[in-house]
Write a protein of this length. Structure first.
Length: 553
């Protein structure tokens, strides 16, 4: 492990010993983001939540005893916790994921099932079958593209409650077979052991995504070690006695000492381990669903849905990749917006792509109609329009060229018109789109395309970290050459106070290079889409200008 990774390990050990790891993680990186897969003790956040629940559980029931209807009181706690979890997931996802208040509903549902007689809810056999269907259904309907906690998280939690409440009725006593009962007995040990095994293997092999054979071996080792731990550690420690208290106290003291030592003796600022994990895009979610590519008749709305939106996000997948960041920025400043983006379609009137059958021209016209109907005041545009105007992919420093057919053709001229005539018409339509918005009184925020790297940044960083040939950067001259087709647009914007220009190269580039990462964060998810970290960087540099422009309006 790098020294900074050792410091993280020490911090995790201290936080876990003090039963507060979930609180620490709630203010750090996402569970699914770097460097989560490389943190051996990250999984102990659940232990923190459980222990904190055990501390407050007696107080909850003391309060509920004073109610005439304790079940109603418990139901209110469950409902309040669930609603707050879903609401907080939109703006502070890590706090919602790790916090006890936003996880309390899961414990509460278990309590409701316990205190409500099984046969008053549903018969045992049906309860077991329904529970298993819900649990297996979660494998189908849940994914990393859905926020958690969310309404769909109920699938797993309710399914588990139904299975437990069914007892021996569950699918012909299948869960009472000796093999499955043994798995249940050692499952807690297996949970504690599996994360360190996988994390340390990733670190030692410098492979974040392990081969299937390695994963299967680690699962077998986990089960073997869990059996030993259950027999020789977990079971003996259940027996009361002074020796148990002394042993646990000594173990806790040693853990704290080692944790503090690792934490404060590892002061290296950079953590290249974090560059081994693929980052995620800051996609927009509403009602627990990802917004990218939603139907134009049912767009994603953010902010106060009872108030007419004043801002529209338009463009292709590049604005989708950072729509979550805009959402957070706008909600914090009480601005309501609507998302009208479509992956692979530039926001240019009257054009289609050779390599895409979707009628982009019709979609853009529909967007103009929606903007007029909603009386949208400002449009934020971000797409890869320089690449669309050039018609081909980018080039990296070593001459590697991105293989991509990005050519456009004007619908009015057809696919087979004279190339020079088509290029001139595309350039005219590209500018006419902005002019048409301005003629309607709509103000425009143009975010010019981010530097195109031409190679997959996260994949190439793995080799760069191993060979110690960082940083991975793009020659600034290559970026400037790709921006040349936007000269006429920049000239148009320079003379119109109703247009705000945002240049990502002012943020990502110096005079010589354009960076793709920092010491511990990757700015790209591939060759040209920004990651969550890249979006944060862009909005930290441009967010104030955007807000000033909107507030001035």
């Amino acid at each position: 492990m790098s020294r900074s990774a050792q410091a993280d390990f020490g911090e995790d050990a201290v936080a876990s010993t003090l039963l507060v790891p979930n609180i620490i993680y709630g203010f750090q990186d996402s569970y699914w983001a770097a460097p989560g897969k490389l943190r051996p003790l990250l999984h102990l956040w659940t232990i923190g939540i459980e222990m904190q629940f055990y501390l407050i559980c007696p107080l909850i029931f003391l309060v509920l005893r004073k109610w005439k209807n304790p079940i109603l009181g418990l139901s209110l706690i469950v409902a309040l916790s669930l609603v707050s979890a879903i609401w907080l997931s939109r703006t502070h996802q890590d706090l919602a994921f790790y916090g006890l208040p936003t996880r309390l509903w899961e414990f509460g549902l278990g309590a409701l099932f316990f205190y409500t007689p099984r046969f008053k809810i549903i018969t045992g056999a049906v309860s077991g079958i329904l529970g298993l269907l819900l649990v297996f259904g979660s494998f189908i309907f849940l994914s990393e593209s859905i926020m958690h906690p969310a309404w769909l998280t109920l699938l797993t939690v309710l399914g588990t409650c139904f299975v437990i409440s069914a007892g021996s009725y569950t699918t012909g006593n299948i869960l009472l077979t000796p093999a499955l009962r043994r798995v249940g007995l050692i499952s807690f040990s297996a949970y504690l052991i599996h994360q360190p095994l996988f994390a340390f293997t990733r670190i030692s092999t410098e492979q974040v995504n392990l081969p299937i054979t390695t994963s299967l071996i680690l699962i077998a080792v986990t089960l073997g070690l869990s059996e030993l731990t259950y027999r020789f550690v977990e079971t003996p420690l259940r027996k009361p006695g002074k020796s148990r208290g002394v042993f646990i106290s000594l173990l806790g003291a040693v853990t704290l000492l080692v944790g503090f030592t690792m934490q404060f003796n590892s002061q290296e600022s950079s953590n290249n381990d974090a560059l081994l994990v693929e980052p995620d895009r800051w996609l927009l979610y509403t009602a627990g669903y990802r917004c990218a590519g939603k139907d134009i008749d049912d767009p994603c709305r953010t902010g106060n849905s009872n108030i007419r939106p004043s801002v529209a996000l338009v463009g292709d997948s590049h604005i989708q990749a950072m729509a979550g960041g805009f959402d957070e920025l706008f909600i914090a400043n009480k601005i309501n917006d609507v998302d009208y983006s479509m992956g692979g379609c530039p926001f240019i009137i009257g054009v289609q792509r050779y390599a895409r059958k979707f009628p982009c021209d019709e979609f853009v016209e529909d967007v103009f109609e929606r903007i007029a109907a909603l009386q949208i005041e400002t449009v934020v545009i971000l797409d890869r329009r320089n690449a669309y105007l050039l018609g081909d992919g980018a080039i990296y420093n070593d001459g590697t060229k991105e293989v991509a057919d990005l050519r456009l053709f004007p619908v009015g001229l057809g696919r087979d018109a004279d190339p020079e005539q088509m290029q001139a018409e595309i350039e005219r339509l590209h500018l006419e789109t902005i002019k048409r918005l301005r003629k309607r009184g709509v103000r425009v925020i143009i975010i010019y395309p981010v530097p195109e790297i031409a190679i997959h940044v996260p994949d190439n960083l793995v080799d760069r970290v191993k060979s110690e040939t960082l940083p991975l950067a793009l020659n600034r001259k290559l970026h400037d050459a790709r921006q040349a087709p936007l000269a006429s647009l920049k000239a148009l914007a320079a003379n119109d106070p109703g247009i705000l220009e945002i240049n990502p190269d002012d943020i990502f580039c110096d005079d010589n290079i354009c960076l793709t990462h920092s010491d511990d964060e990757i700015y790209y998810t591939d060759s040209d889409h920004l990651s969550r970290a890249g979006t944060k960087l862009l909005l930290s540099g441009a967010g104030e200008s955007i807000l000033d422009f909107l507030i001035d309006e």
